[in-house]
Design a protein around this ligand. Structure first.
Ligand SMILES: Cc1cc2nc3c(=O)[nH]c(=O)nc-3n(C[C@H](O)[C@H](O)[C@H](O)COP(=O)(O)O)c2cc1C
Length: 381
């Protein structure tokens, strides 16, 4: 298959992965309205073309939380990445590092913090869920600190897991799931050889290290389900602050009032996100939520955004709506599942090229130049 655009990786990943894994990545909550709107709302935003402004010297670099980034992008935390490619978290982290951007390790990664951090030459970010087991959270924070993690991404939009109906159909969960997964693995020999056989242990690395025994896919579903904490409130974040002195980013903000609360709390950043449409179906897409949030807190806190970003044009659109930087989610997972580290590095090259064209033709020389003036005014549409 010829990969000429960031979006081609999705089709390539579908043919390579066993269906239960592809649909776990690709799917969203309930009827997947929000998932679809994340992509369509963003892609329908009209960029404002400007010409004849001498755009020969572009600068795509930016700075976030004291770190220099070669692009205004970080890789979003994604659970189970080591099931999509052999030791997938290490491969993706290497690709991000080689392109000068941060990699965010998920709480529920296959590779533990201690495997990923030493494999890369820049500090990584770590994502933490709020879990009932505060001992686990504290242990994870201590290990992240010991491994040199710089930035904590605290995900707050999962006080309870959203129902993902696709998972029951695909064999990720539901009747005879283990049997169905085995059959699917056997009929996808490239994945079975590369990841199924040589990508072991298929553990939840960070969790196993804490509970003291191996944890597999069934444990993942059970442990997480039992551990999400609907009682979470801003108070609990104060508790985290005691154990985490570095920059702290709150991921899963979709409302201007919550964004203001994050500023009051003293967070260093927020991620405007609906978890890629995987939590509450029917909420606003990030693209539609963004302008009101930017109005409320732009300049008071760093605004990151994700959900629906598939191309370099989408990155520029999200920045124009008010984000300081974006997180890529499915875009990098599809690339990783297709071609490992090289796939993620290639995807980042494609995204950078797309951003450059968009910046030249919207007359934006630097990342700071991208703003509301880069979009066609609403009244004109
Ligand atoms: C397969 C998959 C696993 C994910 N796992 C996590 C996770 O462990 N922690 C987290 O904060 N977000 C997780 N997310 C959400 C992403 O960090 C990000 O918010 C989302 O993918 C952005 O939407 P997009 O995929 O449309 O770009 C996951 C998303 C996907 C698709």
């Amino acid at each position: 298959m010829i990969i000429s655009a960031a979006t081609d990786y999705r089709a390539a990943a579908q043919s390579r992965l066993p269906p239960f894994l592809f649909h776990y990545i690709d799917g969203g909550a309930y009827a997947e309205h929000t998932l679809r709107h994340n992509v369509s709302d963003l892609s329908e935003i009209a960029l404002r073309q400007r010409v004849l402004k001498d755009m020969s010297a572009l600068d795509l670099r930016t700075e976030l939380f004291g770190e220099k980034l070669s692009l205004p992008i970080a890789l979003a935390p994604v659970g189970l990445t080591g099931m999509f490619a052999r030791r997938g978290e290490v491969q993706a982290a290497r690709a991000a590092t080689s392109r000068g951007i941060p990699f965010t390790l998920s709480t529920v990664s296959v590779c533990p913090i201690e495997e990923v951090a030493p494999a890369i030459s820049r500090p990584m970010w770590f994502q933490l869920y709020v879990l009932k087991d505060r001992g686990f959270m504290r242990n994870a924070l201590e290990r992240a600190q010991a491994a040199g993690v710089t930035t904590l991404v605290f995900t707050v939009d999962m006080p309870t897991p959203g129902a993902r109906y696709r998972d029951a159909h695909s064999g990720m969960s539901g009747p005879n799931a283990p049997l169905r997964r085995m059959w699917q693995a056997a009929t996808h020999p490239r994945w079975a050889w590369d990841v199924g056989l040589h990508g072991k242990p298929h553990d939840l690395g960070n969790v196993s290290a804490y509970v003291g025994k191996p944890t597999g896919l069934e444990d993942y579903i059970g442990w997480l389900g039992a551990n999400f904490d609907p009682a979470i409130s801003w108070k609990d974040l104060e508790w985290i602050r005691e154990f985490w002195k570095g920059p702290m980013v709150i991921k899963g903000i979709l409302d201007p009032d919550d964004a203001r609360d994050a500023v009051r709390f003293g967070a260093d950043g927020i991620v405007v996100s609906n978890h890629g449409g995987r939590q509450l179906d029917g909420v606003l897409s990030s693209a539609r939520a963004m302008p009101a949030i930017a109005d409320a807190v732009k300049g008071d806190i760093k605004i990151l955004a994700d959900s629906g970003i598939r191309t370099g044009l989408d990155v520029v659109r999200m920045l124009a709506l008010g984000a300081d930087a974006v997180l890529l989610g499915r875009a990098w997972i599809y690339a990783l599942a297709t071609a490992g580290e090289a796939g993620v590095a290639h995807l980042l090259d494609l995204i950078e090229k797309e951003m450059r064209v968009a910046m030249v033709l919207t007359s934006s020389r630097t990342i700071a130049d991208i703003g509301p003036q880069s979009l066609v005014p609403r009244a004109q549409l």
